[in-house]
Design a protein around this ligand. Structure first.
Ligand code: CTP
Ligand code: CA
Length: 225
């Protein structure tokens, strides 16, 4: 009984969650996007709220209902997400589940880009987006427990371990997306921490959320003792 075990276990904590994709505008009608549904991040926000936390959810463009008891801020682009995250700090725990676009269009056209009839294609140059997780890790308001997600199709754990140290996160939830996970309802994850790797059984995203929130709650308890 997850609800019972988690009952108010995060009471008094502020938990920040990012979720969903980001949309990076090319012109007023076009954007760069990815296939993230936001389901895993929303499930984590819901589980944290059910565990009694004050939850701030910074959401990219998704088609999902706000979970009960969650404060939600909608954003479009990575740079808007960074601003919203900075505005939401301080937090005790941050869980960065969003599939932030790595690149945006270097220039955004103010008007719809038109075909000129010559058959020539417009150039599209890209700029790198800020790394929100890395910037939160380096912030004076760094949460005590900072968790990233890493969607990988191969060498899942090795890539996640490298990301944990490179980005300055405490934990990385490594998500094996070699199957049909993006937008689906089940996840195969590995929890990568400083002390090692836990391989979790494939389970629905709601159960991943509850198991993670339980781990977070017991970590917070240990820190307090
Ligand atoms: N992340 C972020 N800001 C970015 C990119 C990623 O905050 N601009 C966060 C994600 O929310 C996630 C973690 O970093 O928690 C890992 O994201 P991932 O895309 O796996 O890592 P990248 O460093 O972008 O590496 P890759 O080349 O594999 O995409
Ligand atoms: Ca990325």
């Amino acid at each position: 009984d997850f609800a019972g075990e988690n009952h108010r276990s995060l009471h008094g904590r502020h938990v920040l969650v990012t979720a969903g994709p980001t949309h990076e505008p090319i012109d007023p009608v076009r954007y760069i996007a990815n296939r993230s549904s936001g389901k895993q991040g929303f499930a984590i926000a819901a589980a944290a709220a059910a565990a009694g936390a004050r939850v701030t959810l910074v959401a990219g463009p998704v088609h999902l209902e706000t979970p009960p008891g969650v404060d939600r801020y909608d954003v479009e682009s990575a740079r808007e997400m960074l601003d919203a995250v900075n505005g939401a700090l301080p937090a005790d725990v941050a869980i960065m589940v969003a599939a932030v676009a790595d690149w945006r269009a270097a220039d955004t056209a103010g008007q719809k880009i038109k075909k000129d009839g010559s058959g020539e294609v417009p150039p599209l140059s890209l700029a790198e987006n800020p790394d929100i997780l890395k910037s939160v890790a380096a912030s004076p308001a760094r949460p005590h427990l900072l968790i990233g997600f890493a969607a990988e199709t191969h060498d899942v754990v090795a890539h996640a371990q490298a990301k944990r140290t490179r980005k300055g996160a405490d934990w990385i939830v490594a998500n094996d997306v070699s199957g049909d996970v993006m937008g689906g309802d089940a996840n195969t994850v590995h929890l990568v921490t400083a002390s090692g790797v836990e391989d979790w059984q494939p389970m629905p995203k709601g159960e991943v959320a509850h198991a993670l929130v339980e781990r977070i709650a017991s970590h917070c308890m240990k820190e307090e003792r």
